[in-house]
Design a protein around this ligand. Structure first.
Ligand SMILES: Cc1ncc(COP(=O)(O)O)c(C=O)c1O
Length: 381
């Protein structure tokens, strides 16, 4: 079955007890045993819960994974996956990742003796050596919108027996399926496009390798960073409309990126769908469309960027992304403040847009009036 059909039906048979078309929210912590050792497959909701199972089954199918594991947050998924490596192991992580991922790696794991290397986006394959056990990719990256060649990096990693993990939050499985490109594990912050409505925090990890799946299932239960049934249900509901939402996110973003590229107050637009993007060809090869995230640099510098952020009305000044409503933010001071002391700080004049599914005309009009207020002298620079 096609993606759109699986998004609505996979793992979601009508409830056998009542015929409910929508999977119920099984708000229970425990399950009756008929006798010791005899039960219906559910024992305790940290280990498994039917609403969570429906989400895990559906999202695994969308990623082309045989096994899926839901988590209480994207960071819960990342933390759990990172338990696949041990102190002394070397992880190669592309040098442009979500600030919270970098914080976990540099401030929690590194001090415990885990090794990390942070190569540039074009140098990841070259940084993989015999000591490397895991490669962590994000693509497109947050917030610089770089694109990493998943297939090329996977080949280099597998040559030394290293695992490849791809954070697919920005693209979603509708636009990019890392496992089909050679990655071993795909992770998500389901808080974003998969939930889609800015009303839930969640995470996911999927794989088609049975031994990784067995270990991840063990770790999911052992570490316990699992989502509750209501949060699982919200993400599952979000998946049903993922395809139509993503089509609109992509169409709106393309129009806005092209418009920004011609604006005199904008010095650089980072959107993989633009022919000017340095990784446009790789993006075309591994993505079916280019997503709803855009970053751009304001010609007048930090103050001009802050003016734009202050002046938009429809674009809401907020962290996070992937919801139906458009958001605007300054990564350097907001989502990526935790990378300030890193070897890869983000420019202070960078604005990140999460393009929603409102009318593109309204979104453009609001950006236009805000950019017009950016300091004029700076605009000319
Ligand atoms: C690309 C990416 N990965 C992971 C995360 C972490 O997800 P969560 O906030 O659900 O823990 C985020 C959060 O912004 C993100 O943008």
């Amino acid at each position: 079955m096609d993606f759109e059909t699986r998004a609505i039906h996979e793992g979601q048979e009508p409830d056998p007890a009542t015929g409910s078309v929508i999977p119920p929210i099984y708000q229970t912590s425990t399950y009756i045993h008929e006798e010791v050792g005899k039960h219906k497959g559910y024992v305790y909701s940290r280990s498994a819960n039917p609403t969570r199972t429906a989400l895990e089954t559906c999202l695994a199918s969308l990623e082309g994974a045989t096994h899926g594991f839901a988590f209480a947050s994207g960071m819960g998924a990342t933390t759990t996956v990172m338990q696949l490596v041990n102190p002394g192991d070397r992880t190669v992580c592309v040098n442009d990742v979500y600030g919270g991922t970098y914080r976990l790696f540099s401030k929690v794991l590194e001090p415990k003796g885990y090794g990390f290397a942070y190569p540039g986006v074009d140098d990841v394959a070259g940084a993989i050596d015999e000591q490397t056990t895991l490669v962590w990719l994000e693509t497109p990256t947050n917030p610089m919108m770089n694109v990493v060649d998943i297939r090329a990096v996977s080949e280099a990693a597998h040559a030394v027996g290293a695992l490849v993990v791809v954070d697919n939050t920005f693209a979603t499985p509708y636009l990019q399926r890392p496992l089909e490109l050679g990655a071993d594990i795909v992770v998500h912050s389901t808080t974003k496009y998969l939930g889609g409505h800015s009303d839930v925090i969640g995470g996911f990890a999927g794989t088609s390798d049975p031994s990784i799946a067995e270990r991840l299932g063990f770790l999911q239960n052992s570490l316990g960073a699992v989502p509750g049934p209501f949060d699982s249900w919200l993400v599952l509901r979000g998946l049903k409309t993922l395809a139509v939402r993503m089509d609109r996110h992509c169409a709106n973003a393309r129009r806005i990126a092209e418009w920004l590229e011609g604006h005199p107050a904008v010095s650089l637009v980072r959107y993989p769908g633009l022919a000017s993007h340095p990784h446009h060809e790789v993006a075309r090869a591994q993505m079916s469309d280019f997503g709803g995230m855009i970053s751009f640099e304001v010609a007048g510098g930090k103050d001009a960027a802050l003016t734009v952020l202050r002046e938009t009305e429809l674009w809401l000044l907020a962290e996070s992304l992937g919801g139906v409503e458009s958001l605007i933010e300054q990564p350097a001071a907001m989502t990526h403040a935790s990378t300030a002391d890193s070897p890869f700080p983000v420019p202070e004049n960078l604005i990140r847009l999460s393009v929603g599914i409102e009318s593109a005309d309204d979104l453009l009009a609001d950006l236009e009036q805000a950019l017009a207020k950016a300091p004029a002298a700076a605009r000319a620079s």
